[in-house]
Design a binder for this molecule. Structure first.
Ligand code: SAM
Ligand code: SF4
Ligand code: F3S
Length: 431
């Protein structure tokens, strides 16, 4: 039997898969180490979406090379996930002394065969049929879980590597999804996030996404339900109606904008116009107290100053609670690399810093609106800064801190927001 140490990077899909793999490792009789110092195997689950994500992995591999030379001469590293799928052989050649296996994004459950075979020269990057693993409670917060309901992406946004490393979109059978939700509820899970690279295009031939969401909300006993990531091209009033009619679905929608200009959206191959996006936002805003978040890329090839400023105008108009903002990173395979007008890094950074300032000001303004409001809050953990404070998330996914005893963690309480400190919401439990 072997001891595994797992390091995870990237999106929630990676987190869900790493947790499922941990569960499988334990079920097969192996153990999970809490430090790499004694581990037989280190599994690094990687991300390729931006260059910085890949640079970090090179840093970690350098660290493990050092560890093998000093404190753990028997350590074996397995590189798994999107970067393994993308640059498999290259990584293996460069770190031949520590990497025993490169394992892409498919068939992660077969990875344990390596231990039994004692192999040290495996490169597995097949993308034949994706097998969904049983979703398990999150290892960090066991009362929450991420549940992949679809995998892969057919959209080929021109900047994005995901379709190349995750393959074509496939939906998990809806009865299997529902059974998995029930098993999670039986294990004490209170909140589930349904996942897909393009979650709202889910369709298993039986149920579309709004129907599946409605069924899970009504027939599984789950206390809180949410989902990531929606694509504007598949956004519908039907989905908004399901959110409105189910108290246990969080009043929260993440809808990536990417750009506020139609020419850039078209070059990005996003398949919607800014007019359609703003219509969707108006429909979403009919949900009482809805919280909206988004993703934005600035400095896409050829983006002019005027086009960038159109993105700023949309950000000011919509008023997102949260925005994940990036400057365009050239990635292998993607079509945007071939476009003229690549923007210098210094200019991309300037646009990003400007956007971040605007968004921060909007967020600060919005935060004030929550004073005196009451929400159901699922408490998650102790604050790192102040041990007397516990934080949780409201029924519209806002983070709230409250002074309370640790035993409220893992429970849902009614909280009134009564102050803001350093842009953080503070509240009191009222029942
Ligand atoms: N499927 C989701 C969607 O359609 O928005 C998101 C997938 S991606 C993992 C998360 C975010 O990373 C994207 O929304 C985009 O803003 C950003 N991203 C992807 N490729 C990028 C690139 N080449 N440069 C900068 N940001 C990128
Ligand atoms: Fe990437 Fe676009 Fe697919 Fe999202 S929808 S994963 S941004 S290709
Ligand atoms: Fe990264 Fe792969 Fe997710 S590239 S963002 S870990 S799908």
């Amino acid at each position: 039997m072997a001891e595994f140490y797992i390091e995870n990077y990237g999106c929630q899909m990676n987190l869900a898969e790493a947790d499922s793999l941990k569960d499988l490792i334990l079920r097969e009789g192996h153990s999970i180490a809490d430090s790499p110092l004694k581990a037989d195997f280190v599994i690094i689950n990687t991300c390729s979406v931006r260059k910085t994500a890949e640079d970090r992995i090179y840093g970690r591999l350098g660290y493990y090379r050092g560890l093998k030379q000093t404190k753990n001469p028997f350590i074996k590293v397995i590189v798994m996930g999107c970067m393994a799928q993308n640059t498999g052989e290259e990584l293996k050649n460069e770190f031949y002394d520590i990497i025993v296996a490169i394992w892409g994004t498919y068939n992660k459950q077969k990875l344990l065969d390596i231990v039994n075979e004692n192999s040290s020269d495996i490169v597995y990057r097949e993308m034949t049929a994706y097998d969904f693993m049983e979703a398990t409670p999150e290892s960090k917060f066991p009362f929450k879980a991420f549940l992949p309901i679809s995998h892969g992406c057919n959209n080929f946004c021109s900047y994005c590597i995901v379709p190349y490393v995750r393959g074509r979109e496939i939906s998990r059978n809806s009865s299997e999804v529902i059974d998995n939700v029930r098993r999670l509820v039986d294990k004490g899970v209170l909140e589930i996030t349904l996942l897909g690279q393009n979650v709202n295009s889910y369709n298993d031939g039986n149920l579309n996404f709004p129907l599946l969401l409605d069924k899970i909300a009504n027939h599984t006993g789950i206390r809180r339900l949410t989902f990531l990531t929606s694509h504007p091209k598949d956004f519908s009033k039907e989905l908004v109606d399901v959110i409105k009619s189910n108290k246990n679905i969080l009043k929260y929608i993440h809808l990536p904008l990417q750009s506020g200009n139609n020419r850039i959206l078209n070059l990005m191959n996003r398949k919607y116009t800014i007019e359609k996006y703003l219509e969707d936002i108006e429909i979403a805003k009919t949900i009482e107290d809805v919280v909206l978040s988004t993703d934005i890329i600035v400095g896409f090839p050829g983006e002019t100053e005027e086009e960038f400023l159109e993105t700023i105008e949309v950000v000011k108009r919509v008023k997102f609670n949260e925005a994940f903002m990036y400057y365009y990173n050239p990635r292998p395979h993607v079509k945007a690399n071939e476009l003229d007008g690549q923007i210098p890094l210094s200019e991309k950074k300037r646009r990003l810093a400007y956007l971040i300032d605007i968004q921060n000001a909007i967020k600060n303004q919005l935060t004030k609106n929550y004073i005196n409001k009451e929400y159901e809050v699922l408490f998650e953990a102790q604050s790192k800064k102040n041990k007397n404070e516990i934080f949780g998330r409201t029924s519209n996914n806002l983070i709230v801190f409250t002074e309370a005893d640790k035993n409220i963690i893992e429970t849902i309480k009614r909280v009134r927001i009564d102050s803001i400190s350093n842009n953080v919401l503070k509240g009191n439990i009222i029942s």
